[in-house]
Design a protein around this ligand. Sequence first.
Ligand code: SAH
Length: 362
Amino acid sequence: MTQKNIKDLSIEELSEFVIDNKFEKYRAKQILDEIYIRRQENFEEMTLLPKELRSILSKNFTISSFKSTKIRYSKDKSVKFLFRLLDDKAIEAVYMPWENEDGSKIQWRTLCISTMAGCPLKCAFCATGTLGFIRNLSTAEIIEQILAVEKMLNIKLSNIVLMGMGEPLLNYQNVVKALSILTKQNLKLFRRKRITLSTAGIVPKIYEFAESKVPTKLAISLHATDNHTRQLLMPITKKYNISNLMDAVEYYYRKTKIDITYEYILFDGVNDTENDIKRLIRIARRVPSRVNIIPFNDISFTSPNGFSAQLKPASKEKMKEFANKLKMNNVPVIIRDTFGSDIEAACGQLALSDEKTIYTQN
Ligand code: SAH
């Protein structure tokens, strides 16, 4: 029998387990404290717990999901982590320190985490899509990326973005369970508004997430304003078109009152016309939102072909002009910096590209 990782259990499941084993219910909360506050990594060291319970836990559960970790440091101070999972699959996470304007201190310590190994969506601009779908990450594997990075860098992260490998809303159950642990009040890990879930637009799941107990900030990878162009860039548009997506976004906002972020990679000659600006203004005005204009990160290391190979970033001037026109129409907009492009750690570049050359020793 393969053992479950203890971080796969909700507080309710832990309570059930301790009660079934004839311990008092409050022991479940102590187990959570040991894992998430005291950050114990083996059951024997959980000294808040009676010895007998510790030994029952170690017989029934594992506590670690990663076999090994490789780290790469970027010139821009971002750090890429490659975690080898117990079944030898690999995933990546990227740490990004955002400095304040004069660069005197770090304002946000953000970790971009994965929710799948690989991804089924095959967006034309994204390196992860070239891997195809490998598997969903468990709740424990999602959470452990955070705990591992905080330990290795000896920092407290301020923000989490679910923007690494995978489509979080297609791994809905495990993601929502991870979010409910990460935002549990008495564990003091993260507030809901410090977590952003980024989605390519899995419409029914956006409704479900709005109704859940743990809605977070929501980022929509929009990248085009008409269905034809969006289908070329993001095949998921064939299943859920822009109008369906906008209805879901509106519902999400009305239900949660959390502003929406639209992500928009500006491609030269593809989604940068005056008509795009007009349509984007209309989209952005529907509910309180802001637009992040994202520079296209080169994925040529994956040897793209077809439409993907034709994609080129818009120039810096074009990005500024595009952003200014949105601003003039009162659409809040920022041009996002890119982190980690020298180590293939930027958005959309997570594809284990350099695994063979860089991560050789184990
Ligand atoms: N599946 C989710 C989360 C992963 S993608 C989603 O689609 O949102 C995370 C972000 O990276 C998305 O906004 C995505 O569009 C962006 N991205 C992907 N490839 C990129 C690239 N080559 N350059 C810049 N951004 C990219």
